[in-house]
Write a protein that binds this ligand. Structure first.
Ligand code: ADP
Length: 158
């Protein structure tokens, strides 16, 4: 059984993340989304809230699970018996950071390989920070995030 993990902040999940999740879920038998519990980064949503939002957004994908984690990504992978780590690449600006992380993880656990999905063009500019910035000034985020996330963000800003 091919098991993959897709770790990230997902603060909050966007349609760009969702696109990667859908595509990755067709490549592996089971995909576990790992929500990094990084409270020191002062996220907009708690790890539990982010997990809940993702669960609702991926409800139709049978082979996708979601859970929070803290600590090393390699340990999260090991816990789930995953040998594939999924990440997304948008612009060249992502590349240097992603390469460094992928090489570090591979060094710590040579059995863990990172597979990159290149962004679909319509989401190449999209990030969680951009979504929060637009919502802060009451802009329309409906095209950018799943509908449950749209509501959750507006509720936060109320
Ligand atoms: P992190 O803090 O770990 O970078 P993010 O939630 O920002 O967490 O991103 C998780 C992963 O999803 C990263 O690999 C990032 O490059 C990828 N990603 C984020 N937005 C998009 C998008 N619009 N298209 C493709 N990949 C994306």
């Amino acid at each position: 059984m091919k098991i993959g993990i897709y770790p990230g902040s997902f603060d909050p999940i966007t349609k760009g993340h969702l696109d990667i999740i859908e595509r990755a879920s067709r490549v592996v038998d089971k995909l576990v989304i790992g929500v990094l519990d990084n409270s020191e980064k002062k996220p907009m949503f708690t790890a539990d809230e982010r997990v809940q939002l993702i669960k609702e957004a991926v409800a139709s994908l049978d082979n996708v699970n979601v859970e929070a984690f803290h600590g090393l990504t390699v340990d999260f992978a090991e816990k789930h018996g995953a040998k594939i780590l999924v990440r997304g690449l948008r612009a060249v600006t992502d590349f240097e950071y992603e390469l460094q992380i992928a090489q570090t993880n591979h060094k710590i656990n040579p059995k863990l390989d990172t597979i990159f999905f290149t962004t679909s063009v319509e989401y190449s500019y999209l990030s969680s920070s951009i979504v929060k910035e637009i919502a802060k000034y009451n802009g329309d985020i409906e095209p950018l995030v799943p509908s449950n996330v749209c509501k959750a963000i507006y509720d936060k800003y109320k």
